[in-house]
Ligand binder design. Structure first.
Ligand SMILES: O=C(O)CCC(=O)C(=O)O
Ligand SMILES: [Fe+2]
Length: 364
């Protein structure tokens, strides 16, 4: 069975890391980063990019906040998944000190010089390391962000960055991933419970104790430096995650928005000690479309750097994910064909935000 790194490596995305900028040295937004252009002659603003939906953001509807100690949590999670595809959790049991530690590691990393960071750059067909967001290759404009991806171990890159204290930072990543894995398992079962699916009914995940022992994961450390022209820039363009679910820690700088059908872009404000849970494309398939994956994006800020950590949680790369039999019946056919995470990464690399619909089964 291929590892997750091998699965990513089979579907390379060609990104030009060598052209990465030193964001802090720029006083003006370069054209290549301007998602909205100002017409020089009459100063009107034009939006040449269909991928940049209107900047409107609604404050009258809020992403649900769920207390994981609430006995009603699975039901609340189910409602949130159905209507939003995203929710925030509190009382998740992860100590604040772990968020402080991973943030310090991220800070140490992103504050290195560009020259230093490029020593830890992702190779052209690689997965782990420093560079642009993987989704960059799908957009004509560049995003105002930097990303360090960790699949399996960050050791090889951390040694390049910190020859003397790489161990300290590796330990933080290991601890963070362990804590996230436990939380992801707990959340998976809560979400499945809300769909009426028991541990015994999800064979690939079950393992001896139904603990998702074989699940795989990756980590994105994301930095969105302060930006001289935030209204025309984009931190991270609209996308859904190719995961079962994603657990996102954000520092106290806002920017994340999710698309709510019929409403528009809704901000997901940072909540002290809270974590954002996004439903991903593979859960969308597993739930036969009942729990849709959520389109999200990140806007940037004029004065403050935003930092986030996304824990991307999925099945073993070669296990087939299909609409669960319990969610299929005489009145509800299977909407998607079975797919492995490995295959899905290939589909996403080809079709990006149309990947899910490319797997849709036609009505017979
Ligand atoms: O920075 C954020 O808030 C979102 C990050 C994200 O969507 C991702 O890493 O996939
Ligand atoms: Fe994402």
């Amino acid at each position: 069975m291929p590892s997750l790194s091998e699965a990513f490596r089979e579907h390379p995305l060609h990104l030009h890391h060598n052209k990465l900028l030193d964001f802090n040295s720029l006083e003006e937004l370069p054209d290549s980063y301007a998602w909205i252009q100002i017409d020089q002659d009459d100063h009107t603003i034009t939006n040449p990019n269909p991928n940049y939906p209107s900047n409107s953001c609604h404050g009258d509807e809020n992403v649900p906040i769920i207390n994981l100690n609430d006995p009603n949590a699975p039901k609340l999670i189910g409602n949130a998944c159905k209507t939003w595809g995203v929710f925030q959790v509190v009382n998740h049991g992860i100590p604040m000190s772990l968020f402080r530690d991973i943030q310090q590691t991220g800070q140490a990393l992103f504050s290195c010089s560009t020259h230093q960071k490029l020593k830890a750059a992702r190779t052209p067909d690689g997965v782990s390391g420093y560079g642009r967001a993987r989704i960059s290759s799908f957009f004509p404009k560049l995003m105002w962000s930097e990303c360090f991806t960790i699949v399996e171990s960050p050791l090889e890159h951390f040694i390049q960055l910190w020859p003397h204290e790489y161990n300290k930072h590796c330990d933080v990543v290991v601890q963070y991933e362990e804590a996230m894995k436990k939380l992801a398992q707990k959340l998976m079962w809560m979400v499945l419970t809300s769909l009426g699916i028991s541990k015994e009914e999800l064979k690939w995940a079950a393992g001896p104790k139904g603990e998702f022992k074989w699940a795989c994961s990756a980590l994105h450390l994301n930095s969105y430096p302060s930006c001289p022209d935030p209204d025309r820039a984009m931190g991270l363009a609209p996308h859904t995650d190719s995961t079962l679910l994603t657990i996102l820690y954000q520092n106290d700088v806002s920017g994340l928005q999710v698309l709510r059908e019929g409403v528009g872009w809704v901000a997901v404000p940072p909540l002290p000690g809270g974590l954002v849970i996004n439903m991903g494309d593979l859960f969308h398939i597993l739930s036969n479309g009942s729990y849709p994956s959520v389109l999200h994006r990140v806007l940037v800020n004029r004065t403050r750097q935003r930092f986030s950590v996304a824990y991307l949680y999925g099945p073993p790369p070669n296990v087939h994910i299909r609409p669960h039999p319990k969610l299929i019946g005489p009145n509800r056919r299977a909407l998607y064909r079975p797919v492995t995470w490995n295959e899905y990464l290939g589909t996403k690399a080809k079709y990006f935000n149309k990947a899910l619909s490319s797997l849709q089964l036609c009505a017979t």
